[in-house]
Design a protein around this ligand. Structure first.
Ligand SMILES: [Zn+2]
Ligand SMILES: [Zn+2]
Length: 77
């Protein structure tokens, strides 16, 4: 699979991770791996619960990371 963000910019790069939210492949320079508080995955396209959440690598693409950070900020206000 090729990196979605690189493809958008007319480049080709092999993916080194898969976004847990949208399922796009992203290369190492476009993936974001971070301990993020996943509040309610049900509103996204993946359905993970309980023990599954402990084992996933929280890899996100740029756009999903932005979207989640916005949601987290809204929730915290
Ligand atoms: Zn890329
Ligand atoms: Zn994504």
């Amino acid at each position: 699979m090729k990196c979605y963000d690189c493809a958008k910019n007319g480049k080709e790069a092999d993916t080194s991770g898969i976004c847990i939210v949208c399922g796009r492949g992203v290369c190492s320079s476009h993936l974001i791996r971070e301990e993020i508080p996943i509040i309610d995955m049900k509103q996204y396209s993946v359905h993970l619960e309980g023990k599954d959440l402990d084992h996933i690598n929280k890899i996100l693409c740029n756009s999903c990371h932005e979207a989640i950070m916005e949601n987290v900020c809204e929730v915290r206000q």
